[in-house]
Design a protein. Sequence first.
Length: 256
Amino acid sequence: MATASGKISLNDEDRERYQRHMMIAGWGEPGQGKVKSARVFVAGAGGLGSPTSMYLAVAGVGHLAICDCDSPELSNLNRQILHNDSRIGMNKAESARRTLAELNPTIEVEAVGTRIEADNVDALVGDADIIVDCMDNFATRYVLNECALRKGIPFVHASVWGLEGKLTFIHAPETPCLRCIFPTAPPAEVFPVLGATPGVIGCLQAVEALKYLVGIGENLKGKLLVWSGQDMEFLILPATRDPNCPVCAPSHNAAT
């Protein structure tokens, strides 16, 4: 519910449900109100999308759009915890909606069962405040990256492989865009993954998104976090803008 000043007010149920959030320094009721009024677009309801969307949902994100055109398969269930055996063959976005609605019935969850393409991405993302990239292919990630740049909104990118995960917070042109960091896509392949790996990285994606929405802490701007589950180590690498980037370079933007 919005007050006369336009701020989202919390009700008694909100205050009880999110009381532990509001104890965090800088969060409080104003921060939770920001979360309640937020609109988040989660691209992908698979390994990364499962923990990311679950923690965004239980954090009280007011409008959560989950986009995935695929259906769960048995081989997905080691990591895609939004789904279960009874959901095999169902659209993943709809399966996600049902799970998230059970986790937090007070928020609005939108199932978007459409493939993300260059010609529909702007409409699918709509007026979201932030995009969370939980995809498994770079072709779609590049499409989302350009959409985020056009709309001027942040883009939380993550990827996993085996026991390793990567994460960065993109808000071009303030930060490098995805194409700056990964100029070319890796080969498409069926890659190994321990289910807990996207659990770790997906939770960190949710943290990055929530920090941005509330306005606390520092996001991974201009940084690439690399987590090795094999050695249980975190590494932070610098990420720099490419002055000749075909997506975010000033010369490219001027030309287009």
